[in-house]
Every structure is written in structure tokens, then in C-alpha cells.
Design a protein around this ligand. Sequence first.
Ligand code: FEO
Length: 392
Amino acid sequence: MKEIINNIFYCGLNHRERKLFDELIPLPRGTTYNSYLIKASEKTVLVDTMYPQKSDEFLEKLEKAGVDKIDYIVCNHGEQDHSGSLPKLVKKYPEAKILTNPKCKELIQEMLHIKDEKFQVIADGEEISLGDKTLKFIFAPWVHWPDTMFTYVKEDNIIFTCDFLGSHSPFETLFAPETPELLLAAKRYYAEIMMPFRNFCKKYVQMLKNMNIDMILTSHGPIYKNPQFILDAYEKWTADACANEVIIPYVSMYESTKEMVDYMSEKLSEKGIEVKPFNVVEEDLGELAMELVEACTVVFGSSMVLAGPHPAAVTSAYITGILRPKVKFVSFIGSYGWGGVLTEKLEQSLSAIKAEKLTNVIIKGKPKTEDFEKLDVLIEEIYQKHKSLGLI
Ligand code: FEO
């Protein structure tokens, strides 16, 4: 176990071989499940635990490090990648009490069937003395579950934020390198996990900035020794302002829709707008999520399959709808052969997004002169909208 600061140790594990999170989001570099051990003068505390399938490896790691007694196990969040090893832990360390909030206790009991007597429920703002260190619990619901909370160590001025501000990147160095690669991993993670809760994120970023924290220890990815690095990035991602970008997630069966996408990309670029076409069949959805973080406009492109949109286009619209990016304008383009309704299902998937609907351009077959003219109308509309926001 590596010491991070003043008797606080890293005891988490990498899971490089994990390919998907929630059986949905690709993990190009795997992930980590961070757990921390605090050896204070009077109490030993474990902060967050482990993914169920890694439980045995985790317990072995604790044993090898000579951890023979744990007084408290802090559970900042009940999702099983951080709580899944609790049944084995409370068996091995029978004297340990799980310190958590009422909502987290409820969720853990539903998922893991741990008895009441194993818990010590804490209140928001409550402090617990460990001797030479004091833990303070700060409830932070909805980043990203209703049970989420942070644990602050007063004497060291450091905070454990569990999922919040994390990244799915292997734990190669203890402290986060301030590199573009790490920032991208953190942005992707924000997009996939935190973006639907943008306003809550905004609030907690401000809170952490005001606290002048010395170190942020998340439960995925490396530790931020310079919290400003990640807090500034989150400030930008969660801000209401959007970027002069148009994302075009599309699927094209016989190149007609692709021709429309290429035309729009070229013309919008000429007008000074950054365009990112995104083939939803070939590229991973995590990349799409990441592109949606700052974009002002999304144009979905789809071929018709039977009498409706291509299923891959429906998935991309559905993912966009549930991730609730701050996108301000949305439209649909596409091509059909003999008939059908292309936009209805796609529009339904986006019902949770408060974006303004722009003109749709749905054409028959390969685009003709009049079809490109219709696209010109949409292109001009996007240009004027971006201009009205001061982006051009
Ligand atoms: Fe990393 Fe919400 O679990």
C-alpha cells in the first residue's frame, strides 16, 4: 500500500481488462476502484471498498499490508463498484461499523443484504474523531445517485469524493498527471456519468473551490494533488455557455445520408463553425457522449430502415436524451427509399432536452439540387443561431 499523505494509504485496484461499464459504455483503458486506508492514532478506517469480482484480491491486499483490524468502513456511495465487497469485509473484520448516510444504507441493504447492526448512520455535517484525525461527512446527493456524499479529513484538508471528479483511467501514478490525456479521460467520465446532473456538479464544484481543498481523492482514476486542475475543467464543462460546435451523429446505409452530412460539414466549416460528424455504427458511444459536453447544436442523421429510423440512430438519440447535454439546438436529417416516418422516434428520445428544434431535412433517395437547397436553409439557421449567442 502506498502512503498518500500522513498515514493515509491507497489500497485500491486497477481493472484494466474491464471493457464495458454498466454493460454499455466502453472503457478503452479499463478503470480503477480506489479504496483508501486511514491509520489514525485511535481508529483505522477504510474509505470506500471494491467491485464484487475484485473482492478476494482486495481482501488479500489488505491482509498482505497487515491490516488486522478496521474500526470503520466509510461508504460514500452504494453502487457496487464501491460497496460490492462489503459482505466479505464485514465477515473478515466483524468489529467494523459501516459509516454512511441513511439513503446509502437503504440502497446497500437492498443490494447486499447487510444487517442493521453493521451500520452506524451519520448525519450531514457530522464529525467523527479518529484520534489525531477528524472525519466530516458532507452529503452531496445526485453526483450521481441520491445517496452520494463526500468525506473530508479536517486535519489534512483533503476530501474523498467517490465518483465525483473521477476518471476511468488506470492508476499508474498515485497523483494525476496534468496531461491532455487525463483531462480527456475525466471529460469522458463526466459525460457518461455526471452530465445528466450538471447543475448539481456545478454546485459542488463551487463548494470545493470555496473550501480550498489541498487534495481530492476520487474512487476512479488518480488523485488530484492540484484540485484546481479538475475543478477548473468541471467549471467549464458545467457552465451554461456552449461551444461553437455542431455534432452530427449519423448512420448511412447507401451513402445518401452521408452525402448530406458531408455537405453540411463542409458548409458549416466554411461559416466558421466546428463540425464533428460521428458515425454511430463505427465509433464508440463514450466518444459521442464526450463530444456532447460542450456542443451547441446536434444534428442527427439517419437512413430509413423499413418504415422508421435506423436502430443505431435511435440509440444515439436515446443516449443523448438520457445524458441531457447542454445543447441548445437540435435537428434531424436523413434519407428514405419508399416511405416511412424518420423523425418521430428520434424526437421522442430527446424529450428531456430543452433544446430548440430547428428545421428537419428528410429527403427521398440520393440528394438532388433542391435537397441541398433545403440543407442550405438549415445551415443558415444554425449559423444565425450561433451568431445570436455571440459564438461567431
Ligand atoms: Fe463508481 Fe456510481 O459508481
